[in-house]
Design a protein around this ligand. Structure first.
Ligand code: ATP
Length: 420
């Protein structure tokens, strides 16, 4: 039997354990539950002879007093520790780590048998013998740590939070492997924060608070104890809720501090002005309808009603605007960015250039600022005009040219009297 009586430990003036008593029988799993800082690690270190603080009391294994023994002697007596954080050699292989576990004379004598037992417990370690431990998963590394401790051929195995950092599935595997260790007749002293799973595999449990045992009992009884449920199991069972991963560090939040669920949360005050939905609807509506057209200027040139121009100032052009130019907003706008009035002016100028004549130049288009004096006949890109627009343009050109020819051919009839 592993027996601890009135164990005290202090780091300087700080007492970490103030008189702890417990026992572990062969082939039994005993779990120590406690919140952060309760003294769990100090207890295991004090039992294993590696506590940095001052330790007093009694630790006996099969009647032999362990307190004051060097750690390697304690291992030789049959007590092995799997420390928090595993303590494996990450750059060594699985086989090398296991071999280092059998460093005591007694363990070395039985190394082959111990290895056989470890590989039966953890077949995966056999498959991965040559793998460097650093490259293994957290759960696998934890197996290596337990396997290495088992290589010392212990009678009692102590473990400090072995489930720390493991996924729920790996936790389950780990606790199951501890049952296998127990079934091999080894006593297990387990420090855990995972109360639910550790109580599920444990025979007995102790509750440690502020360096002292406040409660002990059979694991099955503690699992149903309302006080234990509230402190270590999240109070889920007592509330009739499905069980969740329990942690003693997790205390149920006071009702007032609990945030309401999104469904219960009151809607935030609505800002004044249109809502995002309204803005989206109006934006979609404006996209669907054509842009507003500018008011129609009079057909005749009128300086007071200039057509809207693009904001960007354009350099004077010597040719007609290419079709890619932004369309002007004239009521008679044609495809290709031209307007009917522009076309009339340009056709008239073309007629003058071809046939000569002294008729005054056409007034500038309201849609253009090009000075008439420097106006050159634009090369109309009729290819850009299609279908009806093209025909319409040709008709206008023909009409204008016919009118010009008639004007040139006109001679006053001397025989005709006007009667004025
Ligand atoms: N080496 C140390 N030097 C000084 N104080 C220490 C030392 N180790 C632990 N303590 C203190 O002793 C108390 C118990 O620590 P211990 O690590 O044993 O608690 P624990 O229950 O294992 O906590 P945890 O679950 O967080 O690991 C704590 O107040 C801690 O700050």
């Amino acid at each position: 039997m592993l027996e601890v009586k009135d164990l005290k430990a202090a780091y300087g003036q700080h007492p970490a354990l103030t008189g702890v008593s417990l026992r572990v029988d062969p082939g039994e799993i005993v779990v120590i539950l406690g919140a952060n800082g309760a003294g769990k690690s100090t207890l295991l270190k004090a039992v294993s002879g590696i506590c940095e603080g001052k330790v007093e009391g009694t630790v006996r294994l099969a009647g032999t007093d362990l307190l004051g023994m060097p750690p390697n002697r304690i291992v030789e007596e049959g007590l092995a520790l799997v420390p928090e954080g595993r303590g494996v050699f990450p750059d060594l292989t699985v086989a090398e780590n296991l071999s280092l576990g059998a460093y005591t004379p007694r363990a070395r004598e039985e190394e082959a048998g111990s290895l056989d037992r470890v590989l039966r417990l953890f077949p995966k370690l056999g498959e991965r013998r040559g793998q460097v431990v650093r490259t293994m998963s957290g759960g696998e590394q934890q197996m290596v740590a337990i396997g290495r401790a088992m290589m010392s051929n212990p009678v009692y195995l102590t473990l400090d939070e072995p489930s720390l950092g493991l996924s729920p599935l790996l936790c389950k595997e780990l606790f199951q492997s501890l049952v296998t260790v127990k079934d091999a007749g080894i006593g297990v002293l387990l420090v855990e924060q995972n109360a639910r799973q550790s109580l599920a595999i444990a025979d007995r449990a102790y509750l440690l608070e502020n360096g002292q045992i406040v409660h002990e009992g059979k694991a099955a009884e503690l699992r149903n104890d309302p006080a234990v449920q509230a402190a270590y199991l999240g109070g889920a069972q007592s509330a009739g809720l499905p069980p969740t991963a329990a942690s003693p560090a997790r205390q149920p939040a006071p009702a007032a501090a609990q945030a309401p669920s999104p469904a219960e949360r009151p809607a935030p005050p609505r800002p004044s002005g249109p809502s995002p939905d309204e803005i989206a609807v109006s934006a979609l509506a404006s996209l669907a309808s054509p842009p507003p057209r500018a008011p129609a200027p009079p057909t005749a040139p009128a300086a007071s009603a200039p057509a809207p121009r693009p904001q960007k100032a354009e350099p004077p052009r010597k040719s007609a605007p290419p079709p890619s130019n932004p369309p002007r907003s004239l009521p008679d706008g044609l495809p290709g960015g031209l307007s009917l009035s522009d076309l009339v002016a340009e056709a008239s100028a073309a007629s003058r250039a071809r046939y000569g004549g002294a008729s005054p130049p056409p007034p500038p288009s309201p849609a253009t600022t090009r000075p008439v004096a420097s106006y050159t006949v634009p090369a109309l890109d009729t290819a850009a005009l299609t279908g009806a627009s093209h025909d319409r343009l040709n008709a206008i050109l023909t009409e204008i040219e016919t009118a010009a020819a008639q004007a040139r051919a006109w001679r006053p009839d001397p025989a005709r009297k006007t009667g004025r």
